[in-house]
Structure formats: structure tokens, C-alpha cells
Design a protein around this ligand. Sequence first.
Ligand code: G3P
Ligand code: MG
Length: 253
Amino acid sequence: MPGPTSPALPRLIGHRGAMAHAPENTLAGIDMAASLGVTMVEFDAKLTGDNVPVIMHDETVDRTTDGSGAVADMDHADIARLDAGSWFDPRFKGEPVPRLDDMLRRCRARGLAVNIEIKPCEGRTEATAEKVIETALAEWPSDAAPPLISSFRWDALLVAAELAPHWPRGLLIDDRPEDWEDWLGPIAPATLNVGWRKLSDGEMADYRATGLPVLVYTVNEADRARRLFAAGARSLITDAPDRLAPAVAALAD
Ligand code: G3P
Ligand code: MG
């Protein structure tokens, strides 16, 4: 069964908000991204120990908050007390770890389209995908551009395909497995979201041959952005949209 068609994709997508300029995966990061003029943001969703979907990249809270411990071992009440801003800059002191529903509401308030990356803690893929999709379906207005749902865990995308077949899916690729094309049928992705560090010319050609838009992460230099656009990338996921603006200005759309 064919999947949903590609969402309207801007040339730049803010990574974890705009993580060069504000603490990653926070509401302040969303505000920052909006103030920099991006129209779409990516962020990472996982489950707390008591199954609340929150926005955080790592398996532990250690790097991006003033606490310590594994997200999967902590209740939401404990995570809600943490400061996810001071580590980045004291002016973001007190910035909370957002729940997914709060994050989606803030994105709507700022008029931003979203790319929700499902990033499950070890051993929690199915539960995470289910809860993230359930929450997003309840929160995201049906008349808004649908979220792009991506994951390195392609089994999470199978859950997304089942629960929200009408929402576009992005197949995240870092180290490409031999059988990657076998997943295209069951997942029916709308986009291929690939890392530039391991992207060869041959792989780019393969991806473009699928006819799917190719999104490349995480691109922060204008020269690299120019090369990737010239090679056929549709969109770039970036920590610093302001730095890539000159590369986008030269494009037709
Ligand atoms: O979704 C693109 C990018 O966010 C994937 O890598 O590790 O930053 O979540 P990571
Ligand atoms: Mg991510």
C-alpha cells in the first residue's frame, strides 16, 4: 500500500529546535527556531519510566539537565523538576524537559510544522512508538500539516504506519543496512532522512532513485549545505538555520 505523500518540506528544518542557539529539545528551543525564521522543527521523543512521552535525545538526563539517571528509570514527576536550560547558558535557567504534548502545543502556537523523531530507550521501541503516536494524534490538529514521523528504529515506523497511516514517515539512515530497500514497502516512507557523515555519492544516487525527498542531517556549514543541495537534497536539518541562510537564498524554491 502506498504511504502518504511527502509533506510540504521547507529547505531548512531546525534540529532539536535550534540547538546551536538554545538548549536542545526545549520550548525555548522552539521559540528560538521560530525567531530565526524556520518553519519546521525536529525533536526527539522517548518515554519516562511511567510512560509519559518527553522530549530528550539521550538515554540519560545527565548531559542536558542538572540531574542524573536513565530516563527509562525515572518517573515524569522527577524529570519535571529538572533544569534543562542552565547547562547550555544561565539565561535559560529553569527551562523544563517538555512533555510531547507541551512541545506540540508550543510548535502550533509558533506556527511551526514538526518532525517528531521517535527515539526509544533500549528495549522500549513498541511502547514508545505507540504512546508517541497516540499522544500526537490527540494533540495535533487534523487541519494542520501532519507531523513527519521519523526514527532510526524502523520497527517504530511500522507501528506509526499502523496507528497513523495518513501521517508521513521519514526513514532515518545512519549506517545503511544491506536490506534497506526491503523496508520501503512495509514502511512506505515519505522521506529518507540521512546523515551526511556517512553519505557516499553512490548512496545519494540510490536514495534519489527512489523518487523520495532526501533530507540530510545535521548540516551546519553553508558550503556543505550548497554541495548537498546541488547533489539533490531537498531539505537540511540544522542546528543553526541562520548560518545556512546564504545557501538557501540561491535556490529557486
Ligand atoms: O532526525 C535527524 C537527527 O536528529 C538524527 O540524529 O541523533 O540528532 O537524533 P540525532
Ligand atoms: Mg533527532
